[in-house]
Each structure stands twice: as structure tokens, then as C-alpha cells.
Ligand binder design. Sequence first.
Ligand code: UT7
Length: 333
Amino acid sequence: MTESNSSSGVFVAGTGSYVPEKVLTNDELATLVDTSDEWIVTRTGIKERRIARDDEFTSHMASAAARKALEQSGTSAEEIDLIIVATITPDTPTPATACHVQQQLGATKAVAFDISAACSGFLYAMKIAKRMIAAGAFENALIIGAEKLSAVTNWSDRTTCVLFGDGAGAAVLKKSGEGDGDIVATEMGSDGTLTHLLNIPGGGTACPINSENVDKNLQTLSMLGKEVFKHAVTRMKQASEAVIERAGWSPEDIACVIPHQANLRIIDAIADRLAVPNEKVFVNLHKYGNTSAAAVAIALDEAHREGKFKRGDKIVLVVFGAGLTWAAAAIEW
Ligand code: UT7
């Protein structure tokens, strides 16, 4: 489903991100499973990832990222109307991680809830928040992608454990005023016939937590990587093209493309198919691996703070994940 609304009047007022201190390198992983730095770098582009402390929860990382986004946007926590946390690794099944974040920030008047759309969650949250602000329900929103994937990783499965990491990214959205930017077009989609390609089979009602299921590692991420790869390239290309077309832009207008950070080969394939030069495509997965809903949010913040784009520039965000789900956004900064 694509939406274009050039007068949506909602812009990104500030961004922030947080990653845990502990670095886990490819060489360290090679002491845990039968892998190598050479295999991981060649097949994925990942060199290292961050791992949260045992006492560092998804909400703590989300709040740390949120504080930076609030500061950059010149907004106090008390002013925030809406908090949406996109995550597949909530602190607790209920209440929502967004409510823990609300308490940690002191965002006393906010409405807070989580969404589950895996790696696509941050852009799903962006669209939900944008529509709620544009409809007049709220003046502003704090959207966050935050994950502690290390808690749902099977550390004895080399096909997945080399891929994932922990972190959080956040953005404050506000109603646009004179001279502000605009979230010009958004696209989101899902294909529930492909749930089996990437999932955490255990921990829900279909396969409750019990010692037998935990012994089989069913509470951890499982993926058919090759299949996911093909769908990722196709769907991210389609979603990007849809928002670029609806925005009325051409590839040469775009200052920066910020894709989901799962695999450098996927990112290169998207750049190639969109005819956007590699230097305009932001990549940070060598430092963090795949952090699911947090990935594009952290990348947006880093690209912003590194000056990869400035006020008035046209940027495209595009993501893909379990579900399968995908989404894109064309933003005039
Ligand atoms: O965030 C949601 C979206 N996720 C994605 O987009 C991920 C998409 N998929 C991928 O990024 C890639 O499919 C992977 C990086 C997961 C795997 O790369 P691949 O090129 O598709 O490798 P493969 O699964 O076909 O495995 C090739 C070989 C296999 O050995 P054989 O059967 O050829 O002997 C694997 O057993 O590599 C082996 N292998 C490894 N070897 C060393 C798999 N994992 C590893 C490893 N180290 N960590």
C-alpha cells in the first residue's frame, strides 16, 4: 500500500541512537562456532556487532536513543504526545516496552504502545505516527526501533549468530511549520504466506516456553537466509521505486538512500537496481550487524549527524524483514 501526500505537514525534527559498549568481533565469534572473519565479511559485510549487558534491556537502549532525539529536536519528554516502540525483543510480553520507555523518560502525557513488524517496524511506526499527527490526533510523536537480538540468538547456530546485534534508534516527528521538511510518501507491505522464512517459533501461544522447547532453542531466531535474500532485494526495490515515483522524484534527485542493514550484498543490489551511486547509500552494518527494527533508525541518525544530507535534501529509507514485511519512506529533510 502506497501513500503520497505532499501536504502531509509532518517532518522529522530530531534523531538519536544508542548502541551498547561491548563489541563482539568476527574473530571472537569464530571461537564459538565454525566460522571465520573472511566468511562473514565476504557474505555479509559485517565486521563486528554490539552486545547489551545482561541488565541492559531493550527499553534502556530505546530511552537512551530517545533522549538524544528529544534533545536534538528541542523537545522535552513532558511534551511528547505519542510513543511507538517497534521491537521483536520487548522487555516483557506485556506491558509494552513503550510504557517502560514512557516511565524512564518521564513522558507523562504520552500514549505509548509497541508494534511488531520485525526489521520493518521503524518505518511502520513512522507511517502510523505521521498519519496520527496529520489527522490532528497528536502534535508530535517519538518513534523508536530498539532490539536486544542477542537475547533471542542461538549462539551455537553459525547460520544466524554471526548476523545480529543490539541497539536502538529514535526520531521525533512533528507537525511541519514554515520551512520545515516533509515525509512526502510512504509505502508498506506484508506477505503472510512467507512467515516460515524468518521467525522465532517459540515463546508465543503456538509454542509456549517450557523446558522441552527451550532445549530445542525454539525461543531463538531461525532463518532460511537464501530465500529471504531474494525477497529482500525484490521488495526493497519495489518499495523504494514506489515512494520515489509517488514523490515525483528521479534517482538523481536523491541525496541519500538509507536501507535496512542486513547484508552488504543486498544493499549493493538495491543501489544497482535503483541506479543510485554507492556513495549515496548509507552503510553502517560493518559496525553493528543486523539490529532488526533498530537498524534503519540507527543508520538514519548516524547519516544525519555525519552530514550525509541537510535540510531540504531528498532522502529515501527502505526496509525489509520477517512477516515478510517491507516499507519505504521518501523524506524531504
Ligand atoms: O533482517 C531481515 C532480513 N534478513 C536478510 O535479509 C538476510 C538475508 N540472507 C542473507 O543475508 C544470506 O543468505 C546469509 C548471509 C544469511 C547467508 O549467505 P549465503 O550466501 O546465502 O550463504 P548460504 O546460506 O547459502 O551458505 C553457504 C555455505 C553453506 O555451506 P555449504 O552448504 O555450501 O557447504 C553454509 O553451511 O556457507 C555455510 N555457512 C557458513 N560458513 C561459515 C553458513 N553460515 C556460515 C558461517 N560461517 N557463519
